[in-house]
Design a binder for this molecule. Sequence first.
Ligand SMILES: Nc1ncnc2c1ncn2[C@@H]1O[C@H](COP(=O)(O)OP(=O)(O)OP(=O)(O)O)[C@@H](O)[C@H]1O
Ligand SMILES: [Mg+2]
Length: 363
Amino acid sequence: MASIKLSNVCKSYGGLEVMRDVSFDIEDGEFVVLVGPSGCGKSTLIRMIAGLEEISSGEVMIDDKQVNNVSAKDRDIAMVFQSYALYPHMNVEQNMGFSLRIDGRPKDEIRKKVAEAAEALELTPLLRRKPGQLSGGQRQRVAMGRAIVRDPRAFLFDEPLSNLDAQLRVQMRAEITLMQKKYKTTTVYVTHDQVEAMTMADRIVVLRAGRVEQVGTPLDLFDQPQNIFVARFLGSPQMNFIPGVIEARGGQCFFKAEGVDVEIAAAYANHDGLAVQLGIRPSHVYRTRLGGEGALQAKIAFLENTGSETMLKLDLQGHAIQCVINERLSEQQGDAMIVSFDPDCLHLFDARTEQRLDAGVKK
Ligand SMILES: Nc1ncnc2c1ncn2[C@@H]1O[C@H](COP(=O)(O)OP(=O)(O)OP(=O)(O)O)[C@@H](O)[C@H]1O
Ligand SMILES: [Mg+2]
């Protein structure tokens, strides 16, 4: 097992800078997920940790030892790819034992290690089959088994589930998480699926255009996104945003936009007059039957019943917002609806910098 530390890692291809000053630590035994949109540098970063890609500047440390110039095979890290990269002419047992054979390990040891991993991954009955005779999920397990038998210091996964159908993804997601808990091997896992990130990670690293936007536990990132990008990236349906200003009056503080007046913590008063975006997640918009304090008049633009919940698109005084309600409604498209925002779940972002505003902290 190993800790991994990245310090000011940069990467350029020719003149094109694709990773900028990336720094974060991965603790021994931790499951860290890298997320971000396509092209943000997830694969590049994980390949740099594996040693498959040189870094242009900065430092990669594994267990307090700088490995910038250590080759991939000497880093003792196993990587599982999206494409599995199994050898089609070898059976499952041969595929799983391949790297140990290359290392010249004794036959008995190879057989024992492969048998153990096959047992843990429920592959024992399939050991004689060739990859072409396996399902996608089974192939994925063989790819994992091949990594496990090497007893590596860390696992690196690059979108290992993206070729699987939705149901199998959910199943494999659980299996990989359980596997990691069992072996407690330091793991870095790349995905652009935010549900995978939220459910599998001890900590998530959100990347955007080669930079780290935020590092934290899934719930930290969900509850306290540091900027609009992270707020939008995690959570489905996405967080709603309403542009407006902060207004301090009569010892209280409000978010004000066209037709919207919402009380916010009085401590935001020192941002009086600041242009902001108010963020509110669809599940924190409540339907209310009462008017009065905090009530907002909306119109139902679109309504979808999923059986267990109702998804609504609302026209809130000209602002389009989404809302998810855990009940069935008698209202229909075009009807009026009164809503309120959960006062404990409001997020405020500086409209110019898009960074989170914290109450009482002067910018
Ligand atoms: N060999 C290369 N030469 C030049 N540019 C490259 C090379 N490999 C990757 N890039 C560029 O580096 C950036 C990051 O690519 P990378 O593959 O790491 O993204 P990613 O986050 O893994 O994307 P995806 O989600 O699509 O897999 C992209 O702009 C890509 O075009
Ligand atoms: Mg990639």
